[in-house]
Design a protein around this ligand. Structure first.
Ligand code: GDP
Ligand code: CA
Length: 321
């Protein structure tokens, strides 16, 4: 498996990719990153998931937090707050600001996001080719209650970060996705891949948003190579974060088997569940998806590397049953 394509959200995807890079040091890894979480703040274009992948693989991530820069300071944010300028709920640090300034400047000069991402990665040398899913603007919105008996759509970051997914989500809408095109290199990478991996990223607002770009799902399903995913849900709950809330919004139970069924056998050939979910293996296989139970907690790089190896081994099994 020399050419690997992995879709990725932020923390879950980025951490997995670190293990993947070590499990397959000789491979060409192309990462297709979610941009549905992108947001304009203070006039700057912020791409949280692309940056989390870039910082994590480039060694600049705040390890414990899982997002943002290590050794971060918040002078700019404090100064903005002193002017009464928010939002105060989105944590942008001084070091991180520089990334968004460079990105915004390049976009304003006419470079597409894919070229900007490549330029930013020249500094970070993530050891993978990081592509945004699209150069077009896609923004995930969440349909929630407006407090007056009606409904309103809010930006995903407002729902996730400001409201901590504590208000009911009735629908998740990747606004703009229908008109979006895969970024240059995306379909080519999928077409040339030996395997496509779905890391344990959020199935709805990370992987689901990437799959919502027209042509993406068809390219992956039609590539004629194994597609293997790893469950972000262990023992009936997401390992970290509030993925259960957005799963509920699309009518999917927070179980490893239900997430596999949500992707479906038309897309997924193999699925890894955690050992605590070993009793789900039968149900997933009945759905036509080859399934194995292995430890899926990314506690350290060794454990994460083993997960990546298991995913590649399962892909091999799908090819040579
Ligand atoms: P985000 O964009 O930062 O939310 O990151 P992703 O979408 O890439 O990943 C979020 C998902 O990662 C969450 O649903 C978590 O359940 C999952 N996750 C985080 N840590 C682990 C882990 O150690 N093991 C597994 N299996 N999933 C994890
Ligand atoms: Ca994200």
């Amino acid at each position: 498996m020399r050419r690997i394509v992995a879709l990725s959200g932020g923390i879950g995807g980025a951490r997995f990719l670190r293990g993947l890079r070590r499990a397959a040091p000789e491979a060409d890894i192309t990462v297709i990153g979610n941009t549905g979480d992108d947001i304009h703040l203070f006039g700057l274009k912020v791409c949280p998931d692309l940056d989390t992948v870039m910082y994590t693989l480039g060694g600049g991530i705040h390890e414990e937090q899982g997002w943002g820069r290590a050794g971060e300071t918040f002078a700019v944010k404090e100064e903005l707050a002193a002017y009464g300028v928010g939002p105060e709920w989105f944590g942008l640090g001084d070091r991180d600001f520089a990334t968004h300034i460079v990105r915004t400047q390049m976009l304003a000069a006419g470079y597409p996001l894919s070229a900007v991402t490549e330029a930013l990665c020249r500094r970070w040398e993530p050891g993978v080719r990081l592509l945004p899913m699209t150069d077009d603007r896609v923004e995930t919105h969440v349909l929630t209650d407006d407090g007056d008996g009606g409904r309103k759509a809010i930006h995903f970051q407002e729902y996730w970060v400001r409201l901590r997914a504590e208000v009911p989500a009735h629908a998740i809408v990747p606004v703009g996705a229908e008109q979006a095109e895969p970024a240059p290199g995306v379909l080519e990478a999928i077409g040339a891949a030996d395997v496509v991996l779905f890391p344990p990223s959020n199935p709805v607002v990370s992987i689901g948003t990437i799959l919502a770009v027209p042509g993406m799902r068809e390219a992956i399903a039609g590539a004629g190579v194994p597609v293997v995913g790893l469950s972000p849900v262990i023992g009936g709950a997401p390992v970290r974060g509030m993925a259960d809330k957005v799963l509920a919004a699309v009518g999917v139970e927070p179980t490893a088997a239900a997430v596999a069924r949500h992707y479906g056998s038309g897309l997924l050939d193999g699925w890894l569940v955690d050992t605590v979910d070993a009793d789900a293996v039968g149900a997933v296989e009945e759905d036509g998806i080859r399934c194995r139970a292995v430890p899926l907690l990314m506690t350290d790089l060794d454990a994460t590397t083993d997960m990546a190896r298991a995913a590649l081994a399962l892909a091999g099994e799908v090819v040579n049953p």
